[in-house]
Design a protein around this ligand. Structure first.
Ligand code: LFR
Length: 500
């Protein structure tokens, strides 16, 4: 059988990569062809994304993709982190560098929004968890700035890259849902929310769904990358988490008990796939989100601070002249005393870039636990805390949705982290299936390949292809579950969201 080569552009908070996959019936073979750093830049007190450096990385990656494919490229798809955007003027020129969601410009914006639209109503209309950096808060924070006044169009990050590659503008729906301006029941904009907050929905180009054409690469892009046209760009689940969930290797044919997933990386996104949103007050209180997924699904999940906690520790130690090797730290952490101290991995004190080991130590002290003193102890504290937060999210998602999960799938970069996977199995008391690590890129190419008619089927069919082709690792839960209950009690997260 013939295979076709598709390129996936996957932009993460710390690095971007371009991957090429050979896809055909029974074949899914992914290769990384280019990886580049994503280094935010602070100017004038504002933290920005260096979006032109990212675009250059995309162009370099597409050139490498063409070389690796050794034939025509059958398509390109783009996914990235959510919520952030660039503004364009009437000529389509970018107005300023997109602002990073970890920037402090949204301080005070949630209070301003709440005054115009109470959180209960905002949740009932959008089903999106409260994260202080949601696009609504960024837009309200930007109200009155000359840049927003001059803007004719708003493009979310993957849509901006797509626009530069093709000259055609659209708003992909899975990522649009993270703006907190979309109604998850109708899967279109909520005019009521926008009107109440003074947000002009006319800034957004028309909505697109995963699988929709997004235009061919422009001739200038073909010339710059050495690719032979035409090369179609296809809308995929352009929110990286939406693409990652497509590639969860779950067995659709099961016994009625469903699966939970944890998409790991800078964040851990832990929850369930549903066919309709849960918009109850209990769900809001537990801060669960109803982001839109591929094929009409809902990603019912909670954001957990994720491996950002560890990345930011590594950056701090390095800056303090005490650089650490991740492999050695994880080795040490695996042998360190378990559950000595834990922190709430959902606590917004960890959101902004800053001295992470100190913030972790202080959080431990505040809750009457021993402060981790060495990098190994801090690493163990982070991983125990993440596993504890994974457990809470998996359990509460089931309780709030009335669905059950018999397996936990860990996809994304954390699937390589043996200790994190083992602790997640122990904490949840459920078997963990770890992999694929490059779930976002795989979900990206699978949606393209299906749109091109190269593979068929619904999500179950795409997932069967992932299961049959990608290496996976299995972890059986072990140990004493009551130790995790006791640790959760120390930080008061054991029953978060189950209180009403
Ligand atoms: C993960 C992710 C999360 C989103 C966060 C910020 O990469 O996309 O899903 O909440 O980044 O955009």
């Amino acid at each position: 059988t013939r295979t076709h080569s598709f390129a996936a552009v996957d932009l993460g908070a710390s690095s971007g990569r371009v991957m090429v996959a050979r896809v055909g019936p029974g074949t899914l073979d992914l290769q990384e062809v280019h990886r580049f750093a994503n280094r935010p830049v602070r100017t004038g007190g504002t933290l920005h994304w260096d979006v032109l450096a990212l675009y250059r990385g995309v162009l370099d990656g597409l050139r490498a993709a063409g070389a690796a494919a050794g034939g025509p490229l059958a398509g390109v798809g783009i996914d990235s982190w959510a919520v952030d955007y660039g503004l364009l003027d009437a000529d389509g020129a970018l107005l300023g560098n997109p602002v990073h969601y970890r920037d402090t410009r949204t301080d005070g914006a949630p209070e301003k929004v709440a005054a115009a639209l109470p959180p209960e109503e905002l949740y009932a209309a959008t089903g999106i968890q409260h994260l202080p950096f949601n696009t609504v808060f960024q837009l309200v924070a930007a109200q009155g700035t000359p840049q927003l006044a001059a803007a004719q169009q708003l493009l979310l990050i993957p849509d901006l890259i797509s626009y530069w590659l093709t000259g055609e503008a659209g708003t992909e729906i899975t990522n649009a849902s993270t703006t907190q301006l979309v109604d998850p029941r109708t899967r279109t904009w909520s005019p009521v929310v926008a009107a109440r907050l003074g947000i002009d929905l006319g800034l957004f180009p028309p909505l697109r769904s995963p699988g929709d054409p997004a235009g061919p690469l422009r001739s200038g892009v073909l010339a710059e990358t050495g690719l032979t046209g035409p090369v179609p760009v296809t809308a995929v689940g352009s929110h990286d988490t939406a693409s990652a969930v497509v590639a969860v290797p779950a067995d659709g044919g099961g016994d009625g008990s469903g699966f939970a997933y944890i998409a790991t990386g800078t964040w851990s996104l832990a929850g369930l796939e549903l066919d309709r949103p849960v918009l109850t007050e209990a769900s809001r209180a537990a801060n669960f989100t109803n982001e839109l997924g591929v094929d009409g699904t809902v990603r019912y999940l909670r954001n957990i601070m994720g491996l950002w906690l560890l990345q930011e520790c590594l950056r701090t130690w390095e800056a303090q002249g005490d650089p650490q090797h991740l492999a050695a730290l994880l080795d040490g952490a695996a042998r360190a005393a378990p559950l000595r101290s834990v922190v709430d991995a959902g606590d917004p004190v960890f959101l902004a870039p800053d001295d992470m080991p100190r913030r972790i130590a202080r959080a431990c002290a505040r809750t009457g636990q021993p402060e981790p003193r060495t990098p190994v102890e801090t690493t163990r504290c982070v991983l125990d805390s993440l596993a504890l937060a994974h457990r809470a999210a998996v359990e509460e998602a089931q309780a709030l949705s009335g669905r059950t999960a018999g397996t936990v799938h860990v996809v994304g970069g954390g699937a390589h982290n043996t200790l994190l996977c083992r602790l997640t199995a122990d904490a949840t008391g459920l078997p963990v299936v770890a992999g694929p690590a490059e779930a976002a890129a795989l979900g990206n190419v699978l949606v393209q390949a299906r749109a091109a008619g190269v593979v068929g089927g619904g999500l179950a069919g795409l997932r069967a292809l992932v299961r049959a082709t990608q290496p996976l690792r299995y972890y059986r839960p072990a140990g004493d579950r009551s130790a995790w209950d006791e640790a959760a009690d120390r930080i008061g997260t054991g029953c978060r969201g189950r209180r009403t």
